[in-house]
Design a protein around this ligand. Structure first.
Ligand code: C2E
Ligand code: CA
Ligand code: CA
Ligand code: CA
Length: 278
């Protein structure tokens, strides 16, 4: 439906219209998705440098009976706009804590599970209380829970967010800065935040070994993170060459398709506690 006659500029293409239609449809369907048990978690393993299983990152999926599998990049923004993200995020944390207990009972001791947090969750007034309640109800040790935040959390949030993060730290929860390097990376944040872990974004890891700039950047990032006293996790490790370089530079932990794709909880039992290839 292009209407580009005369001076008029085409605003909509048919693709745009279809996309718009899907977005509106998802927006509506999302309202009932949690109650209809359509949301589920996949878990991607994270390994330490010696090959020991460190734990998992929980990744949300939406399995819709007609539309199929919908990825978080598409529906999380809608859940944020629609205000459901706080409720969904709480469900994610509760689910992850339950999963931790079940996996421990099967012999995987002391694993760290990581949960992605929307800035809106951290900003909610009762976040700390809600989290405390979940930890108690699920008997989850705080030290085994890691929350992943992104730099966007810090942009327009004031001192309150720092206080919330400080409270979480005092509870014993680990805090990871996700997608390190892509955002508004200011070294000031790094000094001010109560962090345990930094996750180097896949967009950097992807090109190490091929592109000189990326290679130098990742190597320097690892050194910087260590100077600051944090642990460093490389995301999106897809090749043996990337793994070898990261190991050579002293990276602490690795996550990526080379080591394991996101999987359902049922598949975790079969995972080796140490991976020979790391
Ligand atoms: P993220 O936190 O950066 O998560 C890593 C993404 O990279 C995941 O995509 C994962 O499946 C993918 N990935 C991992 N290893 C590889 C690899 O080797 N190669 C490639 N090409 N990709 C890899 P996913 O699951 O689609 O999640 C996308 C984003 O959605 C996440 O990015 C995170 O920001 C957000 N997200 C996921 N689950 C949640 C959640 O429970 N709550 C919130 N607020 N956001 C979530
Ligand atoms: Ca993440
Ligand atoms: Ca990430
Ligand atoms: Ca990323």
């Amino acid at each position: 439906a292009k209407a580009a006659g005369g001076n008029q500029v085409a605003i909509y293409t048919e693709e745009d219209a279809a996309q718009l239609h899907r977005t509106e449809e998802l927006r509506t369907l999302l309202r009932s998705a949690p109650a209809d048990n359509e949301l589920m978690l996949y878990y991607q393993p994270v390994y330490e440098a010696e090959g020991r299983l460190r734990g998992f990152e929980a990744l949300l999926r939406w399995q819709h009976p007609q539309l199929g599998l919908i990825l978080p990049a598409e529906f999380i923004p809608l859940a944020e706009q629609g205000g459901q993200i706080v409720e969904i995020g709480e469900w994610v944390i509760r689910e992850v804590c339950g999963m931790w207990g079940r996996v421990r009972d099967k012999g995987h001791m002391d694993l760290i599970v990581s949960v992605n947090l929307s800035p809106l969750q951290l900003a909610a007034n009762d976040f700390v209380e809600a989290l405390q309640r979940i930890l108690i109800e699920t008997s989850m040790p705080a030290e085994c829970l890691e929350i992943e935040i992104t730099e966007s959390i810090l942009i327009d949030s004031g001192k309150r967010i720092y206080n919330v993060l400080e409270q979480l730290r005092e509870m014993g929860i680990r805090i990871a800065l996700d997608d390190f390097g892509v955002g508004y990376a200011s070294l000031t944040y790094l000094r001010r935040l109560p962090l345990h872990t930094l996750k180097i974004d896949r967009s950097f890891v992807q090109h190490i070994g091929e592109q000189h700039a990326e290679t130098a950047i990742v190597r320097s990032m690892i050194a910087l993170v260590h100077e600051l006293g944090f642990q460093v996790v490389a995301e999106g490790v897809e090749s043996a060459e990337q793994l070898a370089l990261l190991k050579q530079w002293g990276c602490d932990c690795y996550q990526g398709y080379l080591l394991g794709k996101p999987m359902k909880e049922e598949a975790i039992g079969a995972l080796p506690v140490t991976l020979e290839s790391v």
